[in-house]
Design a protein around this ligand. Structure first.
Ligand code: SAM
Length: 364
């Protein structure tokens, strides 16, 4: 039995942990490949489904939960004018995170001389704010479309409903056409019940005909730590960390912080089933195979080929524990489009036949 409590610190808020990580900067430089092919494709396909389900919308609204410095979302923002301006639709991104340092860094990057976003009004950051608040926004107009990025600084100590209210406030009270979360912001939420509530609130702030892409670590990640934490779960020796369910564990960050994390297995099916209403479909896709951070683009491409192959064989069925264990990262999707319609759309995308070039072949 494991009795040695070798944690470097007690349970510390994600706000504090990630403020330090983003401040130090090493976290954002962990991989030679910033955005994975599978992430780019998952987002691109979801945007095309939005354009199919809500063709008349004037603005594509996107809520990104656990945005951090905006790794995946900012690349999409950067390519938006080239890819979608022909459609004449504005883009409104709402960036939500508990780390104001991450949000501030993202804001600085968007304001840089190459990106040229400007503040709509002076942005106010309140790093210690306990309630959560909309800090402000930046925007840029080009080729007839306007892109706005609104920054929302949350506090995980608040009820998840507060997150939903802030999200709606940041979008003038409207639900979102697209809700995303990349690299397991949801994995840092302690307790199965609280995670379920976050899924529910995220489901509710997404429009009925909107899309959800929730990308999280799965049981193929941090496999070396899982036996120890299963033992801790059964023995109750948890060192003050909220180890309450299979998949809960504590890893050490690049700064030596002990950080709570949950790797998802079949309970992810339950979360998605619970938030899919009538006329909505949910499914899983692998995003990354287990292994070290990528040291080259080729390594990421090889990983992606394995992911694609594995996804093919798991399509259109409910995943079991072995399916989740095969991946380091998986994404859970919710969509109003039935599988057949989605597949037709993806086939059309592959030959560049959708949305007047909005998604050209090979762009993703
Ligand atoms: C692993 S990072 C991923 C960041 C970014 N999405 C990416 O893909 O690089 C997880 C993010 O989730 C945020 N986070 C953790 N708990 C959160 C919560 N309860 N609400 C919102 N964000 C949270 C962290 O601050 C951090 O920025």
């Amino acid at each position: 039995m494991t009795t040695d409590l070798a944690f470097r610190n007690g349970y510390v808020s994600q706000r504090a942990i990630y403020d330090e990580r983003y401040e130090a900067g090493r976290y954002d430089r962990r991989s030679a490949v910033h955005v994975l092919n599978a992430e780019r494709l998952a987002l691109g396909h979801a945007v095309n489904r939005v354009l199919t389900s809500a063709p008349k919308t004037r603005t594509i609204s996107l809520f990104d939960f656990g945005y951090g410095t905006g790794r995946v979302t900012n690349e999409f923002i950067g390519s938006y004018v080239d890819r979608y301006s022909e459609l004449g639709k504005d883009l409104r991104v709402v960036a939500y995170d508990v780390s104001s340092v991450g949000l501030m860094k993202a804001k600085e990057a968007l304001s840089s001389s190459s990106k040229k976003f400007t503040e709509d009004a002076p942005i106010t950051w309140r790093p210690e704010d306990a309630a959560g608040y909309v800090a402000g926004s930046v925007s840029k107009s080009k080729a007839g479309v306007t892109i706005t990025v609104v920054f929302v600084h949350g506090n995980e100590g608040q009820d998840p409903e507060v997150m939903r209210r802030l999200a709606l406030e940041a979008n003038d009270g409207r639900k979102y056409l697209l809700t995303t979360s990349w690299y397991s912001g949801l994995g840092h939420i302690p307790g199965e019940r609280l995670r379920r509530d976050y899924f529910r609130q995220l489901g509710e702030l997404t429009a009925r005909r909107g899309e959800m892409v929730m990308s999280v670590s799965s049981t193929g990640d941090l496999e070396e730590l899982q036996p120890e934490f299963s033992e801790r779960l059964s023995s109750g020796i948890t060192g003050g960390f909220p180890i309450q369910a299979p998949g809960d564990l504590v890893y050490e960050t690049e700064l030596g912080q002990s950080n709570f994390y949950h790797v998802f297995g079949t309970e992810l099916n339950d979360h998605m089933r619970a938030i899919a209403g009538r006329g909505q479909h949910w499914w899983m896709e692998g995003i990354r195979y287990p292994g070290e951070e990528f040291s080259s683009r080729q390594a990421e491409r090889d990983n992606y080929q394995r992911v694609r192959k594995a996804n093919e064989s798991k399509r259109d069925r409910t995943w079991d524990a072995d399916d989740f264990r095969e991946f380091h990262t998986v994404a859970a999707f919710r969509s109003p489009l039935a599988p057949k319609k989605r597949q037709q759309l993806e086939a059309a995308e592959a030959i560049g036949a959708t949305h007047r070039g909005g998604c050209r072949k090979g762009v993703f």
